[in-house]
Design a protein around this ligand. Structure first.
Ligand code: CMC
Length: 392
């Protein structure tokens, strides 16, 4: 028979060629279209990064204005979608709601589901980037029993999201620029990460010709797992559970014990065998934001810093090249902004949407791509004859 390469977890299989994102895991380097992530985090903003990922170049001022106008035109969701939300239990996890609602987008926007039409693909990309913050904010509002807030197109991307999450009809809500800048930076840091599990899911779903809304819903479902995007929620919950620095050694010991089933959340990465460059920016950002908000004595941040210090001196973590990843510090910032932990992964999802859609567009336009169809090494029963129930 055929001979296959056994590669569980795809640790040594390149499934595509891509010119979007580059990671050097040993150096701890991440480039979007060639630009280092720390330079983008310092100087750019999320919508500009969206343009860069989608079209390959930084926009001119005119291109940026045009892109922003196209995105803001699509920030509202179909009014009928409000009823779709109301079908969910109030206590649904916002990620559960998002998987369903984003999946339903293909029922609401079927004029942009023809994957063979480049114009429809473009409209779908813009719709997804524009509407994901609205959908995530609605999932949040629904879970706390507050009325949905319509998007405000005079606000920038991150400020509009904060507005949709935290404004209420009975009072004036003014977006704090410190928070909106920090959130925008979190969005940029999460915007793409080459062929990670959720992006590969989007590509695999898309390889069958499935429409982009269905593909992104599949990506959101994959992202939810605690080994992937769900780690930011799990990490902050872990830091809170640890609570005080004196309890850190106990958790380090548990993480080192393979039989405990416990891992240090926000630590380790399949590709980075050095500091995750996103974690570096995130740590500085956490210090800056908490300082500006006057809550630098935040006990969770103290625990995180001490845990990082102890782990980076421990032979178990050093020998396995386990460093803090992007999720280690992001939750501390999101918590300081007032988000409950259940919103951390939805924020990751809306930030990663541009990466998913850029990768999906690249795949659709790539003539070398065919339907994704891994093979297997069969280890089950050999051929045998059916037995009547009386003889079993
Ligand atoms: N705590 C304790 N031990 C760990 C951890 C951890 N967080 N991560 C890896 N290890 C150990 C693991 O037990 C194994 O040890 P040994 O070689 O002795 O068996 C070794 O390190 C390699 O681990 P692996 O499971 O083979 O590595 P992987 O590449 O399959 O997994 C990972 C990568 C990110 C899933 C894993 O490091 C992990 O579970 N981390 C915690 C969850 C997390 O923070 N995920 C977010 C990743 S970054 C953002 C994102 O992708 O969404």
């Amino acid at each position: 028979g055929d001979v296959f390469t056994f590669d569980p977890g795809f640790t040594s299989t390149a499934a595509c060629e891509s010119d979007i994102t580059y990671i050097d895991g040993d150096k701890g380097e991440l480039l979007y279209r060639g630009y280092p992530i720390d330079q983008l985090a310092e100087n750019s903003h999320h919508l500009e990064v969206c343009f860069l990922l989608l079209y390959g170049e930084l926009p001119t001022a005119a291109q940026m204005a045009d892109f922003e106008a196209r995105v803001t035109k699509h920030t509202m969701v179909h009014e009928q979608m409000h009823y779709f939300f109301r079908g969910f239990r109030r206590d649904s996890h916002p990620m559960a709601t998002m998987v369903g609602v984003v999946g339903a987008m293909s029922a609401f926007y079927h004029d942009s589901t023809d994957v063979n039409d480049p114009w429809q693909r473009e409209v779908a990309a813009i719709r997804l980037i524009a509407k994901l913050p609205t959908i995530a904010a609605m999932a949040f509002k629904y879970s706390v029993g507050q009325p949905f807030q319509y998007p405000r197109n005079n606000l920038d991307y991150a400020s509009n999201f904060l507005h949709m999450c935290f404004a209420v009809p009975c009072e004036e809500y003014v977006v704090n620029p410190i928070l909106s800048k920090a959130l925008d930076r979190i969005m940029m840091l999460h915007a793409d990460h080459e062929q990670n599990a959720s992006t590969s899911t989007v590509r695999l779903a898309g390889s069958s010709g499935a429409n982009p809304f269905a593909c992104i819903a599949a990506g959101i479902a994959c992202l939810w797992g605690p080994a992937h995007g769900g780690a930011n929620q799990a990490c902050l919950e872990m830091l809170r559970e640890i609570g005080t620095v004196d309890r850190i050694p106990e958790y380090i010991a548990r993480a080192k014990d393979k039989n405990s089933g416990f891992r240090l959340m926000g630590f380790g990465h399949r590709v980075y065998k050095n500091f995750d460059p996103r974690a570096k920016v995130m740590k500085e950002s956490a210090d800056e934001v908490l300082g500006l908000l006057g809550i630098e004595n935040n006990p969770t941040l103290q625990v995180a810093k001490e845990l990082e210090r102890i782990a980076l001196e421990d032979e178990f973590f050093v020998s396995r090249k386990l460093y803090p990843n992007v999720d280690f510090y992001s939750g501390i910032i999101l918590d300081a902004m007032g988000f409950p932990t259940s919103m951390f992964t939805p924020i990751f999802a809306l930030s990663r949407t541009v990466g998913w859609i850029a990768q999906w567009k690249e795949m659709i336009a790539d003539p070398t791509q065919k339907i994704g169809r891994p093979r297997q090494l069969y280890i089950g029963a050999p051929r045998r004859d059916y037995q009547d129930v009386r003889h079993r």
